[in-house]
Unconditional design. Structure first.
Ligand SMILES: [Zn+2]
Ligand SMILES: [Zn+2]
Ligand SMILES: [Zn+2]
Length: 158
């Protein structure tokens, strides 16, 4: 198996990640209870991953939705609505930050950055850079065929 080639566990990712046809994807280990996979640094994907692999109802945001604890390793946050979990994971555990290239301000959410470009005239056409937590790896999706890549030690899980 792949372990024998590299002497380390393969990077396991959701096969659905390949559907977007991005040339590269950035992934980080998922430290959700008992998870051995990697997640991509993308809210849509994290939301899907939490739903599919961890049974979190990530579309539940209504008033009467029961709050649930985040089961990420060492998470100190209080409970939250499952619908807010993906955003929480991205900012609190994956360290995703939107960095305004014009004024240097950092935002934990894309919508906050967008609002900033609307409110601050000098940043109207600002570009952004995204920064992440350590431990992020880039995977080149071209190198993956039939669900795995020996070179990159990557394995896709359907
Ligand atoms: Zn996971
Ligand atoms: Zn958490
Ligand atoms: Zn700015």
């Amino acid at each position: 198996m792949l372990q024998d080639v590299h002497g380390q566990s393969p990077i396991m990712i959701d096969q659905s990640l390949l559907c977007d046809h991005e040339p590269t994807i950035r992934v980080h280990p998922c430290d959700w209870e008992n998870c051995t996979m990697h997640v991509a640094l993308d809210q849509k994907h994290v939301s899907k991953h939490l739903q599919q692999r961890h049974g979190v109802n990530t579309s539940a945001t209504s008033e009467n939705t029961q709050k649930e604890p985040c089961r990420w390793l060492n998470c100190i946050h209080a409970q939250m609505k499952p619908g807010n979990m993906a955003r929480h994971v991205l900012s609190a555990h994956l360290g995703v930050r939107w960095n305004c290239q014009t004024c240097g301000r950092l935002y934990t959410r894309e919508d906050a950055f967008r609002r900033h470009t609307q409110e601050k005239e000098s940043c109207q056409f600002a570009k952004y850079e995204i920064s992440y937590e350590n431990g992020v790896r880039e995977i080149c999706t071209d190198g993956i065929s039939e669900g795995w890549s020996i070179d990159q030690n990557v394995m896709c899980i359907p």
